[in-house]
Design a protein around this ligand. Sequence first.
Ligand SMILES: Nc1ncnc2c1ncn2[C@@H]1O[C@H](COP(=O)(O)OP(=O)(O)OP(=O)(O)O)[C@@H](O)[C@H]1O
Length: 245
Amino acid sequence: MSALLEISGLVAAYGGVRALDGLDLRVEEGEFVVLLGPNGSGKTTTMKTVSGLLKPVSGRVRFAGSDLAGVAGWKRPALGLCQVPEGRQIFPDHTVIENLHLGAFPVRRDRSAAERRRAEVLDIFPRLAERASQLAGTLSGGEAQMLAIARALMAGPRLLMLDEPSLGLAPLKVAELFGYLKRLHEEHGLAVLLVEQQAGTALKLADRGYVLERGRVAVEGTGAELRDDPRVQAAYLGKLRQSTA
Ligand SMILES: Nc1ncnc2c1ncn2[C@@H]1O[C@H](COP(=O)(O)OP(=O)(O)OP(=O)(O)O)[C@@H](O)[C@H]1O
């Protein structure tokens, strides 16, 4: 059976700068996958290429069994794929509820389907239900991030892609946010591709993960394998390798 998302030999560049250099990566249906890597290793470029914002130089991206990206026929994102990019893109002059409905584009014409989905999403994020009529621009950073994710969920995605959702959040808020992601994955079977600098927390949630270096995969394994990998520990978990010399 093919993976939900299958990336093979992906090469992407910005002018002369090659950001992805033969990337191979997959996410199975319902799987939680974390993408780690140093600054500039190509994590955001991976997200941008998969979501159709950047046309690759070569390689292939398949989503749910069909070609999403080929160099010749590049398509915008298929339904079922949602990205919550860095920077939390929400509409500040609209209320929380209005923002949610703006995210419900696949079911916008079916009012009752949109309302049902809204109830499901607010059940996952009760904090947003309390702030239903508040303008999104006045939400705290953590609430705004929750709204960005909730809005993406309104489209009913099969894969949620998140680029550093913890950026700028206080530790307690990060824990709350990761709790929601865990619930979405475990209770709702949502596949997640997460770019995250907070490697320890992310790897605890992850089924599998990849470490990118210079636009390709340097280390791959289950969440537990990566947590135990000395290279990952040295680079991301603040544990320097014990010298045996
Ligand atoms: N718009 C752009 N124009 C030119 N070069 C770019 C552009 N965006 C990214 N790059 C370059 O592509 C490479 C990969 O960048 P990318 O943003 O994918 O890395 P990243 O792993 O997400 O890094 P970070 O952890 O710092 O967010 C870097 O060398 C970066 O400088």
